[in-house]
Ligand binder design. Structure first.
Ligand code: DGL
Length: 291
């Protein structure tokens, strides 16, 4: 990397994507960790939910969005702010974009094992994430440290995505009820891993259901720290602007309903912004799938 190119990359944005609004929970952590950076967020709501679709769909969508962000927005790094897309596609994304720093997110099983006193840990995630080879490998490596109660939460991300409070409450009640006893007593789950980036937006409901002593774990902050590390290693961190009062821009795009994303951004990030509607075609198939 020549110094001139390295210099130019400092001012480029970081791309972040999810199947919908869930990745905003990660973007919030990224903004806190990296306040000088520009971000471009893609909600793939027109092709969501990912969690109950097959891998081919999620891989094709992840590649299409990565290609779009590189070609159209010249991103300097990509954060896959979706557990389902990370599980299905990050390995292939790394093959197809070898020069692009890539950060994925996975359910925080390891920190949970370190924190739990009862050694019983609840894990809520999409069916696709829980069935993935990546997740199963992680789980197998930690089986001797704790008992993990896995709960596929069909429909929960969709209810959160649509801002449907009644469905969200009903789904949370059903799934936490199915998992068993929460609390700090022996035999109860004292730790709950939120293995889907949509679920932090249901945290008040979940807290009400599982009680005040249960520890929630999500992956936003570790992802943000890893993004900082990768950029710092390359000398690509943004430099303070000449006018320190100006906040770096965030651009929001969706393949679905723009006003829905706009409302979510305002609600969850407290940011008033315009949202761009974009069409991101899935074709051509990613190079790694054609090999
Ligand atoms: N937010 C995504 C995740 O972290 C999944 C939501 C969906 O099913 O589309 O897994």
């Amino acid at each position: 990397m020549t110094p001139a190119l390295a210099d130019r990359r400092t001012g480029d944005p970081i791309g972040v994507f999810d199947s919908g609004v869930g990745g905003l929970s990660v973007l919030g952590a990224l903004r806190t960790e990296l306040p000088l950076e520009k971000f471009i967020y893609v909600a793939d709501s027109g092709h969501a939910p990912y969690g109950e679709r097959d891998d081919t769909h999620v891989i094709a969508r992840s590649h299409a969005i990565a290609r779009y962000l590189v070609a159209t927005h010249r991103i300097k790094a990509l954060v896959v702010a979706c557990n389902t897309a990370t599980a299905a596609a990050i390995k292939l994304l790394r093959q197809d974009f070898p020069d692009l720093p890539l950060v994925g997110i996975e359910p925080a099983l390891k920190p949970a094992a370190q924190l739990s006193q009862t050694h019983r840990i609840g894990v809520m995630a999409t069916r696709s994430t829980l069935n993935s080879e990546k997740f199963q490998t992680l789980l197998a490596s930690l089986q001797d440290q704790a008992t993990y109660i896995l709960q596929p939460c069909d429909g929960l991300a969709d209810a959160i995505e649509n801002g449907d409070a009644i469905k969200t409450i009903a789904a949370c009640a059903y799934f936490t009820g199915a998992m068993g006893q929460f609390g700090v007593n022996d035999g109860a789950m004292d730790t709950l891993v939120l293995g889907c980036t949509h679920y932090p937006f249901a945290i008040d409901t979940l807290r009400h259901l599982v009680g005040e002593h249960v520890v929630f774990l999500e992956g936003g902050a570790p992802v943000a720290r890893q993004t900082r590390r990768l950029l710092a290693d390359r000398g690509w961190l943004a430099q303070p602007p000449a006018d320190a009062t100006r906040k770096p821009p965030m651009v929001f795009c969706t393949t679905g309903n723009a006003s829905k994303l706009q409302l979510a951004v305002q609600r969850w990030l407290d940011v008033k912004t315009d949202v761009q509607s974009v069409v991101i075609e899935s074709n051509p198939a990613p190079a790694s799938l054609l090999r």
